[in-house]
Design a protein around this ligand. Structure first.
Ligand SMILES: *[C@@H]1O[C@H](CO)[C@@H](O)[C@H](O)[C@H]1NC(C)=O
Ligand SMILES: *[C@@H]1O[C@H](CO)[C@@H](O)[C@H](O)[C@H]1NC(C)=O
Ligand SMILES: *[C@@H]1O[C@H](CO)[C@@H](O)[C@H](O)[C@H]1NC(C)=O
Ligand SMILES: *[C@@H]1O[C@H](CO)[C@@H](O)[C@H](O)[C@H]1NC(C)=O
Ligand SMILES: *[C@@H]1O[C@H](CO)[C@@H](O)[C@H](O)[C@H]1NC(C)=O
Length: 446
């Protein structure tokens, strides 16, 4: 028995070593290594991405704009037109939902009994994400982390399960991940009602998976994981090189909704979406103290990112941010009603002909005279980027901020019409007032 075990161990070790020696040749990118299991998942992921791709992205931007306009028509009457964030103390009054996503669930005192209602509240390209809506609830009650044999009750045990799950937390907790958290398909990570931090360890990875909601958690002080063997599903353990230290890394992921998260100080990006990731919404979140905030498309050769479609809505890009909010390649990015109150270099950038529609955001430039431009085209001559569709509509530009537009101004007149009337740039401090994690108590409006 001991002999067989030893032999077996030796075989595994041999395999690991042989594989490790092959690593640099296999894939210059950090991250996953292609074993057969992963190859099958990669092929499936690419099919899912193509299926989720909307050949008429302007319809999606219009649908978002219409929802916001309808919401604002009711909302403006209540005098929510405060343009100064710093005048807004911590709010103690009755529940106030300040955008169409929050309006869908926040002011229901029974949100704790109707948690899955959230799955119907998404907007934008990630709006079909339902996470674990069709599954059981799973309550995380243990902060420990075993990457090979996760204990029942831990977050890692929850996220690797094959079935859909709606994951909640028994109490407030800090979870320090030893290696990347490899999330499987059809999961919701729902931190409402507890104060949950994923911090001081590795971050979250969504690789070749579909349909994940991440809601109401703090993610910060993330550092690169050393890599090694990590269980990524109940049936599979894969070898991974060291992770980059992203807060949330989407790698060939489709249908992802990130809402009401607070993120700061991660080793690489706060949120990266690469290698054919698409159908994504990032909303109601608060980002601070970080250099390279969001990367959408990692490489000018990764043409699969032409399928990438992302909505960035109602977020607050706050103190201590430097650049990449986001930095885009190839895809279609709708940046709507975000509050950019601080940046040190630039806000929105890109290369490889991405389409960027910026609507109703507020951009407050920093004092640095060389950093007033909102936009940045990387390594491209003007003759080339002048054809890229980068449009700014209804944006409020303050403190000398300027947005250099390019491409066809009439890419879709309908989208423009939806916003010009409302001048929502002025409304953004109010729309994003509750960006970041919420303190929800069961039995009360949130
Ligand atoms: C909101 O404030 C802006 C700037 O102060 C002003 O131009 C706009 O008319 C106001 N809108 C409403 C509905 O009060
Ligand atoms: C924690 O959750 C696991 C999985 O649901 C369960 O088996 C275990 O009994 C729970 N432990 C406590 C202390 O509640
Ligand atoms: C996730 O849910 C969808 C829709 O119910 C299903 O088709 C798919 O097989 C699920 N994925 C996994 C890995 O179970
Ligand atoms: C001002 O902005 C420029 C351009 O991003 C940058 O190179 C420079 O370091 C900044 N200066 C200061 C003092 O931050
Ligand atoms: C830019 O677009 C115009 C008109 O569609 C086209 O004639 C021109 O070749 C394009 N230039 C580049 C560098 O793609």
């Amino acid at each position: 028995m001991a002999m067989t075990l030893n032999k077996c161990l030796f075989k595994v070790l041999f395999f690991v070593l042989a594989f490790a020696m092959l690593l640099p040749a296999l894939d210059a990118e950090k991250g996953p290594q292609k074993d057969q299991y992963l190859k099958v998942r990669a092929d499936k992921a690419f099919k899912e991405a193509k299926q989720a791709y909307n050949p008429h992205p302007e319809q999606e931007t219009k649908s978002v704009s219409d929802k916001i306009s309808a919401f604002l028509r009711g909302y403006m009457h209540f005098g929510h037109n405060n343009t100064r964030r710093n005048l807004m103390k911590r709010y103690e009054g009755p529940c106030m939902a300040t955008n169409p996503i929050d309006q869908c669930w926040r002011c229901d005192p029974n949100w704790g009994k109707n948690r899955k209602k959230l799955a119907d509240c998404g907007i934008g390209f990630g709006r079909n994400t339902i996470g674990g809506k069709n599954g059981r609830f799973y309550i995380v009650n243990d902060t420990s982390d075993d990457v090979l044999n996760p204990k029942p009750g831990t977050l890692r045990h929850a996220v690797i399960q094959p079935k859909p799950l709606w994951i909640t937390f028994a109490r407030s907790m800090i979870i320090t991940l030893k290696e990347e958290l490899m999330v499987n398909c059809n999961k919701t990570i729902d931190g409402r009602g507890s104060n949950v931090h994923i911090a001081y360890g590795a971050g979250i990875t969504l690789q070749y998976v579909q349909n994940v909601i991440i809601h109401n958690i703090h993610i910060h002080d993330i550092s690169p994981g050393a890599g090694g063997m990590i269980r990524d599903t109940a049936e599979h353990v894969g070898l991974r090189t060291e992770s980059d230290g992203d807060g949330i890394s989407l790698f060939g992921a489709t249908n992802v909704w990130i809402d009401h998260v607070s993120m700061y100080r991660c080793g690489d990006g706060l949120i990266d979406a690469i290698m054919g990731s698409t159908a994504i919404t990032i909303s109601n979140s608060h980002f601070t103290n970080h250099n390279e905030v969001m990367l959408f498309g990692a490489n000018d050769k990764h043409e699969q990112d032409k399928f990438m479609q992302i909505t960035v809505a109602f977020n607050h890009f706050g103190k201590g941010l430097v650049q990449r909010m986001p930095r885009c390649r190839f895809g279609f990015v709708h940046v709507v009603n975000n509050d950019y109150t601080h940046w040190l270099m630039y806000a929105i950038g890109g290369s490889s002909n991405p389409t960027i529609i910026s609507q109703g955001n507020r951009f407050i430039a920093p004092p640095n005279l060389s950093a007033k431009e909102v936009t940045k085209r990387e390594h491209t001559s003007e003759s080339e980027w002048k054809n890229w569709t980068w449009r700014s509509e209804g944006d409020l530009l303050m403190n000398g901020a300027f947005f250099i537009q390019s491409g066809n101004p009439n890419y879709d007149p309908k989208i423009k019409a939806a916003l010009v009337a409302t001048k929502p740039g002025h409304m953004v401090p109010s729309i994003t007032r509750f960006a970041g994690t919420l303190r929800c108590k069961k039995g009360f409006e949130c």
